[in-house]
Design a protein. Structure first.
Length: 202
């Protein structure tokens, strides 16, 4: 199975068939997809200027999408390296019990679903790297009451998410599932009070 960097080389290879280059970019999302596979693909396509279903996009647009994905991956890998170093130090100091950020981190292995968007058509407008920087900054400070990516304060609790955890506070502004560790208990309670309920036929 090809790794991210090998797939990225295929996307950039001008000698490769265009369909293979597009396919390789899609495969990159199996290794790193911050919003989830479908939402990240939709985001990259809209930012690079080609339709998600376009089977023969301009190669320069494919590379532009890859560049954005790689920039975001670099931000995430730097965070993960710092996270691993912190955990090593904590274990060395006798702190074996993980905290809430560690619980959240376990659900984002490899950077997939870091800022999960349950609706693939609703995701942040910012470059992926900027969205991740904002999320990481929020993880490193005291909990707040707003979405760390777009600063919207209207969060709605949703059950049945297609991701782990299966319920959480969804930002109505940018669509991400806001990680619990970045929210105060009051913000979580307010989101739960605005719970999204499934429609029931009359």
């Amino acid at each position: 199975m090809a790794g991210f960097r090998s797939l990225a080389r295929q996307v950039r290879d001008p000698q490769s068939d265009l369909a293979l280059r597009r396919y390789s970019l899609r495969k990159c999302l199996e290794r790193f997809a911050p919003y989830g596979h479908r939402a990240t693909w939709d985001h990259l396509c809209s930012r690079a200027g080609f339709a998600p279903e376009d089977r023969s996009p301009d190669p320069a647009r494919l590379v532009a999408a890859l560049n954005e994905l790689e920039a975001a991956r670099a931000v995430w890998l730097a965070y993960e390296a710092g996270f691993a170093e912190r955990r090593r130090k904590e274990k060395h100091d006798g702190l074996r019990r993980p905290g809430s950020i560690d619980d959240w981190h376990r659900c984002t292995w490899g950077g997939c679903g870091v800022a999960w968007c349950d609706d693939p058509d609703v995701h942040p407008d910012e470059p992926l790297a900027e969205a991740l920087r904002r999320l990481i900054a929020a993880l490193e400070r005291e909990p707040g009451t707003a979405c760390p990516v777009c600063a919207d304060t209207t969060l709605v609790w949703k059950h049945g998410l297609a991701h782990e955890p299966s319920s959480g506070a969804v930002c109505t502004g940018c669509g991400i599932v806001v990680p619990d560790p970045v929210l105060t208990s009051d913000a979580v309670a307010q989101a739960q009070a605005r719970r999204l309920r499934p429609l029931v036929s009359a």
